[in-house]
Design a protein around this ligand. Structure first.
Ligand code: ME8
Length: 518
């Protein structure tokens, strides 16, 4: 049987800003999926990168007094660094200023032109540089001073320029048919309804070139035009797998993408414009766009002007990398908006990581270390309580597969913590410390069950907390080649009684607020 493939992307981030928690969040969610699928035997392509053209980036470069290319070189590197710091396993990092990408955009343009999907006209209308988006008069509100404001809160300016248009208005029915035939194309479902009603309300043709500024991919044979930055940016998803060479083995293997992970702010571009561009060029649309929610900070919108941007580097330094990864994936039902609060983060670190999981591991492994000669305990006949707990641990992988297939990270973690809770109750009920004198063989069996439950938990949690779980698997002496999902269920890969174990070490320290200590 051939290896199944999985292609996942993050948005490519604008290089006008330093990376913040929002960027970290989308990329982290994509990383968890990429890691999960790799452990599950898939060939994974995980693509991220930076969006470097357009008026917004050109303005930021000018404000910094640097040429746009030099500016984007510098800021793009910050996003690469964030990927490393967060231990994200992207397979490629694309920059829209790269040659491979220009070539790909121009090829897509030529294809659309050839098929009569693009025509030359003139754009008279509103444009929001912050969103790099065109808006109709009917979508805007007017402030008392006469400023025009987009639904996103971005200020619009009036633009009049010669422009090429994409015949978006002709694609409404085909898009609706596509959504109908692919009910899971847009998740979560509430977002899908939003998109469907937008398309049903009728769409205007879309301006896809700019002449008022020149920081973009040149339109072929039209020196005065550069491509609209969203047409350029979206195309990265096919550039990354080898477009325009649609016969290349990477394109054939990996396109269409399985998931474009995005924030809800950019859903329309991904779920309306992008499939329309692709279908118009005779290419397949992606399989899914997942639009997650928006983080606020202690109840407030996150913005540079409010000075409350959450710096992922600071979080990692203060709370730890895996703690940060865990919190972000656990705190908010994926898809909903969420509020970032330090007290919630500390609560989860202390109660769920240090207490529930950390203590379970620590007390089980210390008892094994003290009472079983530092080896995997000898497993005797299982009683009902043992079989019930082991059964629940063994069911985890199937449950996680289902949840992650619809990007329900929080539910996946809930399943794991239910088993951790059961395991903690099992320790209390079985009281292995009391069995040492009365029934040492039973004590070994109980400790064996606990170690085996920990093995399951650690294997399935690797995508979320890779470093900590690799430490836990080290402490269980699980060989490096037996940590993927193919080695989880089968009893042959269960812990081997008598195998030597290293000395146990805590994995999740409690978080102490030093500043409040004195
Ligand atoms: O839109 N909460 O780039 P961008 C959650 N270049 N997620 C957030 C967030 C928040 N407060 N703030 C940002 C662009 N994000 C385009 C994309 S793709 C072909 C081009 C995340 O730098 C979220 O994923 O503005 C959002 O969609 C993305 O950052 C926007 O990043």
């Amino acid at each position: 049987m051939s290896t199944p493939r999985y292609y996942i992307t993050t948005p490519i981030y604008y290089v006008n800003d330093v990376p913040h928690i929002g960027h970290a969040y989308t990329s982290l969610a994509s990383d968890v999926l990429a890691r999960f699928k790799r452990l599950d035997g898939y060939e994974v392509m995980f693509l991220t990168g930076t969006d470097e053209h357009g008026q917004k980036v050109a303005k930021s470069a000018a404000a910094a007094g640097i040429e746009p290319q030099a500016f984007t070189d510098k800021v793009s590197q910050n996003f690469r660094d964030l990927m490393k710091t967060m231990n994200l396993t992207n397979d490629d990092f694309i920059r829209t200023t790269e040659e491979r990408h220009k070539k790909s955009c121009q090829a897509l343009w030529n294809e659309l032109l050839k098929r009569g999907e693009i025509y030359l006209g003139k754009y008279d209308g509103w444009y929001a540089v912050r969103d790099e988006a065109y808006y109709g008069e009917d979508e805007l509100t007017t402030t008392p001073s006469g400023k025009k404001i987009a639904p996103s809160g971005a200020e619009c300016e009036w633009v009049e320029e010669p422009s090429y248009f994409f015949k978006l208005s002709a694609w409404g029915d085909r898009l609706l048919k596509f959504y109908d035939e692919h009910p899971d194309f847009i998740l979560p479902p509430s977002r899908r309804n939003e998109v469907v009603s937008f398309v049903k309300s009728g769409m205007r043709d879309l301006s896809v070139s700019r002449t008022a500024m020149n920081w973009g991919v040149p339109v072929p044979n039209e020196p005065a035009h550069v491509m609209y930055v969203w047409l350029d940016a979206l195309t990265n998803y096919i550039t990354g797998v080898g477009y325009p060479d649609t016969n290349s083995s990477s394109y054939k293997r990996l396109w269409p993408a399985d998931v474009h992970m995005v924030g809800k702010d950019i859903l329309r571009f991904h779920a309306v414009y992008w499939p329309a561009f692709l279908m118009a060029a005779g290419l397949e649309p992606p399989r899914r766009v997942f639009a997650h929610g928006w983080w606020t900070n202690e109840g407030q919108k996150i913005s540079k002007s409010l000075g409350n941007v959450i710096d992922p580097y600071e979080l990692i330094k203060t709370y730890g990398l895996d703690q940060t990864r865990y919190f972000l994936m656990r705190e908010v039902p994926f898809g909903n908006d969420g509020d970032f609060s330090r007290s919630a983060m500390i609560r989860r670190i202390n109660s769920e990581l240090a207490n529930d999981l950390g203590n379970l591991a620590q007390r089980s492994l210390s008892m094994i270390n003290k009472n079983c000669g530092g080896c995997v305990p000898t497993r005797g006949a299982f009683k009902d309580a043992d079989n019930i707990l082991l059964g629940k641990a063994r069911a985890l992988l199937g449950q996680l597969r289902q949840e992650l297939d619809v990007q329900a990270f929080h539910k996946a973690l809930d399943h794991v913590w239910l088993v951790i809770g059961d395991a903690n109750r099992y320790v209390d009920e079985q009281a292995p410390w009391g069995l040492k004198k009365t029934d040492p063989a039973r004590m070994e069996t109980v400790l064996y069950v606990l170690a085996e439950v920990l093995r399951h938990v650690a294997i399935v949690l690797q995508p979320f907390m890779p470093d900590s779980m690799s430490k836990l698997l080290d402490q269980l002496a699980v060989p490096a080649g037996e940590r993927d999902f193919a080695h989880i269920d089968d009893d042959t890969f269960a812990l081997r009684s008598g195998a030597a174990l290293p000395a146990p070490e805590g994995i999740f320290p409690r978080y102490m607020e030093a500043e409040h200590a004195g």
